[in-house]
Design a protein around this ligand. Structure first.
Ligand SMILES: Cc1cc2nc3c(=O)[nH]c(=O)nc-3n(C[C@H](O)[C@H](O)[C@H](O)COP(=O)(O)OP(=O)(O)OC[C@H]3O[C@@H](n4cnc5c(N)ncnc54)[C@H](O)[C@@H]3O)c2cc1C
Length: 387
C-alpha cells in the first residue's frame, strides 16, 4: 500500500471545525509531529457561548502535552461544597466536594493562542470530501472552491457535523425532551439572597420537571479574581417539541435549531422564565434568575455514533457524541478523543489505518457509556416527580 509516511514525509491532518474539539485535535497532532491545519467556517473568533465548564483531567492533559503552562489558579474558579436546596429554601444536603469550574472561553482562547493563527483558517466551510483509495490521500473541498489535501481528515465540526452527514447521513442528534435555560450574572451584581446561599459553592435544587445548578466561573477576559467572576446557572426544564420550537424562535422571529444566544431570547420567554422561577425555585436561585439580564437557552440532545472512522476520515467531539451536560463530560470527551488519536498515531506512525482501527472502538464505547450515564441521570432528574 502506498502510504505517505513510508516516504518519511511529515504527515498532514486537515481538521474541520475550530472550536474546542478541533483545537484539542490540532494541539495533540502537532505535539506528535504532524503538520496540522484547522478550517473553521466562522470568519471571526468564536463567541464565548457563555458556558461554564467543569474542568476535567483530560483537558489539563491536552494543555500539558501541548506545552501550555498555566498555574492551577489561572485555570478556573474553585468551589468548595455541594449544596442541594429544597424548593422552600431549606438545605437538603451539603457536603465538601471541591472542584474547579472553568469556561468555554478560557479553554478556547488558551488553545487558540497557543496554536497560533498561521495554520488556523477562518471563513472556510467544508462542502465535500474526496478520498483516493490508491494514494490514501483525503481532500477537503470548501464552498469557496478551494481544496486541501491531507493524510487524515478530522471532523470536529460539532453536533450538526457536515463530515458526519457525508458519511453517515442518517445519524442525527435527538431532542431529549427538555432544555437548559442558562444565565450569567457578574459576581459583583449577585443579589444578597443569591450571594448568601450560592456564592463559592456548587448549588443545586430539584422540583418536578425542574433541575437547576449554578457556580462561579471565570469572568470577562478569563478573569478569575474575586469580584470579577461570573455566576453561571443552568436550569433544566421539560418542554415538548412544539414548545421547544416556539422557544427557539428568537426575538427577531428567526427559527433556530437548538440554541438561543444571550440577548436573543424573545421577551415572552424571558417573562415566563422569571415567572416560573418565582413558583418553582428556592429563594437563592429565584434571586439569581431575577438578576439575569439576558438569559439564553439550549435544547438537550443525545448522540452516540456507532462508527467514527471511514477510510482516512474520522469524526470526534460533538460530531460523534453529545453526552448530556449532567455528565460534565462533553469537553473532556472531545479532549479524550484527541489524546487517544495522537497516542495511536504515534504508536504506528507508518500505518495510519491500523492506528485508526485501534482508536475507533474504545472511542465509540466511551461515547455510548456517557450516553447511558447521561440519559439515566437526566431522565431521573427531569421525568420523575418530586415530593
Ligand atoms: C447546556 C449545555 C451545557 C454544557 N455544559 C458542559 C459542561 O459543563 N462541561 C462540558 O465539558 N461540556 C459542556 N457542554 C458541551 C461543550 O460545549 C462541547 O461538547 C465542546 O465544546 C466540544 O464541542 P466540539 O468542538 O466538538 O463542537 P462545537 O463546539 O459545536 O464546534 C464545532 C465547530 O465546527 C464548525 N463547523 C461546523 N460545520 C462546519 C463546516 N462545514 N466547515 C467548517 N467548520 C464547521 C462550527 O462553526 C464550530 O466552531 C455543554 C453543552 C450544552 C448544550
Amino acid at each position: 500500500m502506498h502510504n505517505i509516511t513510508t516516504h518519511q514525509k511529515t504527515p498532514r491532518a486537515v481538521i474541520i471545525g475550530g472550536s474546542l474539539g478541533g483545537l484539542f485535535a490540532g494541539t495533540m497532532l502537532r505535539a506528535i509531529g504532524w503538520d496540522v491545519d484547522i478550517f473553521e467556517r466562522s470568519s471571526r473568533d468564536l463567541d464565548s457561548r457563555g458556558g461554564g465548564i467543569v474542568l476535567q483531567p483530560d483537558v489539563i492533559e491536552v494543555f500539558r502535552r501541548g506545552g501550555i503552562v498555566l498555574n492551577d489558579d489561572r485555570l478556573g474558579v474553585r468551589s468548595a461544597y455541594r449544596t442541594v436546596f429544597q424548593p422552600d429554601g431549606a438545605i437538603q444536603s451539603r457536603y465538601f466536594a471541591p472542584q474547579t469550574q472553568t469556561s468555554w472561553s478560557l479553554i478556547y482562547t488558551t488553545l487558540k493562542t497557543a496554536f497560533g493563527d498561521s495554520h488556523y483558517h477562518q471563513g472556510k466551510r467544508l462542502a465535500r470530501i474526496e478520498q483516493d483509495p490508491v494514494t490514501n490521500a483525503v481532500t477537503a473541498l470548501f464552498d469557496d472552491a478551494s481544496r486541501e489535501r491531507g493524510d487524515l481528515l478530522i471532523g470536529a465540526d460539532g453536533g450538526g457535523s457536515t463530515v458526519r452527514s457525508l458519511f453517515w447521513p442518517r445519524i442525527r442528534p435527538r431532542y431529549a425532551g427538555y432544555l437548559a435555560w442558562r444565565g450569567l450574572v457578574p459576581e459583583a451584581a449577585m443579589p444578597a439572597a443569591a450571594r448568601e446561599g450560592l456564592h463559592g459553592d456548587f448549588g443545586f435544587a430539584n422540583n418536578t420537571g425542574s433541575h437547576i445548578l449554578g457556580y462561579l466561573m471565570p469572568g470577562e477576559g478569563n478573569d478569575v479574581r474575586p469580584g470579577h467572576r461570573l455566576y453561571n446557572w443552568v436550569w433544566y426544564r421539560v418542554a415538548d417539541s412544539g414548545q421547544l420550537a416556539q422557544i427557539m424562535t428568537d426575538r427577531n422571529g428567526l427559527e433556530r435549531d437548538y440554541s438561543i444566544p444571550e440577548g436573543m431570547l424573545a421577551d415572552q420567554w424571558v417573562a415566563r422564565l422569571r415567572d416560573d422561577a418565582r413558583r418553582l425555585l428556592p429563594p437563592p436561585f429565584r434571586a439569581i434568575v431575577a438578576a439575569t439580564e439576558h438569559p439564553f437557552a439550549q435544547a438537550i440532545r443525545d448522540l452516540a455514533v456507532d462508527d467514527m472512522v471511514s477510510g482516512r476520515v474520522v469524526i470526534m467531539g460533538d460530531a460523534a457524541s453529545i453526552p448530556r451536560p449532567h455528565t460534565a463530560a462533553s469537553t473532556a470527551k472531545a479532549a479524550a478523543n484527541a489524546l487517544a488519536l495522537a497516542d495511536e498515531l504515534a504508536a504506528s506512525p507508518n500505518d495510519i489505518a491500523a492506528a485508526l482501527a485501534r482508536w475507533e472502538l474504545p472511542q465509540v464505547m466511551y461515547g455510548k457509556y456517557l450516553e447511558k450515564q447521561g440519559t439515566q441521570a437526566g431522565d431521573d432528574l427531569m421525568f420523575h416527580s418530586r415530593p
